[in-house]
Design a protein around this ligand. Structure first.
Ligand code: UDP
Length: 366
């Protein structure tokens, strides 16, 4: 069985590393790994391949930058000949980026069935580029590898056949379980940043809705700066956010307890998440990882795909429309602390094995 995996963005390296490892342990399964190039430098790509043991890509398309249309189009142009050359049995795509959409679209047009990891996630906000990517990818998919029961129910509501949906759990949980111990050895990042375990806020911001709107970015940035007077704030800065801050004339380097750093590698990120008192983010993956570590989270959005986290009290939503509102939400979240129980919404840490089981069973069935 030949599988072609298309990845290109930071969260996909984390997810694909777990599945790739499980795939390559099986006999008669050959994975062709394609990196679109969407995220390409050492901090956003290279370090993840190293730390997560992701094999070197068989193809690097080197496509990055430009508008959504230009980027996706260039990926399609590069993928077509590759399908002609490789003729895979399946394509595996992850999540909701332009790389996901391009992989699914190129594959479906070539008549190669698509398996979608994290199928069925919805924010119901079509202004969000990721939502368009998810919805279209699911329309093009044959196999739906759902992380949560909420995703399963959504796919059923959209008319997907029950037999095509598999609730496998969340591969990001697999990654945290697999690399948590290795991350322990990296605790040096805390003294290096001058923060103590359990005493700081970890913040990440990179969603287009928050970075492309100067007013929104200003509200978030000022609220985080104000919060840092009472509780140090550590911000590993996404390159898109750095560029947006510079455009908006906001300081991209923090002062004193407002600690703004380059994006960190995965192991350092796990250490920061596990030791934070509160996580403030607009990232999908970081919302979940906070929960895996039992750290409360405040999400800088009006909605989230991971609704179980809100319903269970682990995550709170604050639309970043005004600085005072964000400040109050941060203070409330710090005061509230942790809920009592942490249900297994995301499976048991063996999602990757289940994904490979489902894929290899397809081969036998076909
Ligand atoms: N991450 C990281 N270093 C950072 C910020 C995030 O390793 O400086 C990891 C994080 O732990 C998670 C993934 O990147 O595994 C989330 O990616 P991102 O927030 O870019 O995307 P999203 O999950 O929102 O799609």
């Amino acid at each position: 069985m030949k599988l072609l995996t298309v990845i290109g963005a930071r969260p996909q390296f984390v997810k694909a590393a777990m599945v790739s490892r499980a795939l390559r342990a099986r006999p008669n399964v050959h994975e062709v790994l394609v990196h679109t190039g969407q995220h390409f430098d050492e901090t956003m790509s290279g370090v993840f391949f190293e730390e997560l043991g992701l094999p070197r890509p068989d193809y690097d398309l080197g496509v990055n930058g430009g508008s959504h249309g230009a980027m996706t189009g260039r990926m399609l142009v590069a993928l077509d000949p590759l399908y002609e050359a490789e003729r895979p049995d399946w394509t595996l795509v992850y999540g909701d980026t332009n790389s996901t959409l391009a992989g699914a679209l190129a594959s479906a047009k070539m008549g190669v069935p698509v398996a979608h990891v994290e199928a069925g996630m919805r924010s119901f906000d079509r202004a969000m580029p990721e939502e368009i990517n998810r919805v279209v990818t699911d329309r093009l998919s044959t196999l739906f590898l759902a992380a949560t029961e909420t995703a399963v129910q959504q796919l059923l509501r959209e008319g997907v056949a029950d037999s095509a949906i598999h609730r496998v759990g969340d591969v990001m949980y697999d990654a945290v379980r697999a690399l948590g111990a290795a991350a322990e050895a990296r605790a040096a990042i805390l003294p290096r940043l001058g923060v103590a375990a359990g005493s700081f806020i970890l913040a990440t911001v990179h969603r287009a809705a928050n970075t492309d709107d100067d007013a929104c970015l200003r509200h978030i940035w000022q609220a985080l700066g104000a919060a840092a007077h009472a509780t140090p704030v550590v911000v590993p800065l996404h390159p898109r956010t750095r560029a947006a801050l510079e455009r908006a004339g906001l300081p991209a380097a923090g002062r004193g307890p407002f600690i703004v750093i380059e994006p960190v590698g995965y192991l350092d990120m796990l250490v920061l998440e596990r030791n934070a008192r509160l996580v403030v983010t607009d990232s999908g993956g970081v919302q979940k990882e906070a929960f895996f570590f039992g750290v409360p989270c405040l999400t800088l959005r009006a909605e989230t795909e991971w609704t179980e986290l809100v319903a269970s009290g682990w995550n709170r939503l604050v639309p970043p429309t005004d600085e005072a509102r964000i400040q109050t939400a941060i203070a409330d979240a710090l005061a509230a602390g942790r809920p009592d129980s942490r249900p297994e919404f995301f499976g048991d840490g063996h999602a990757a094995e289940r994904i490979v089981d489902v894929l290899t069973a397809q081969r036998r069935a076909s």
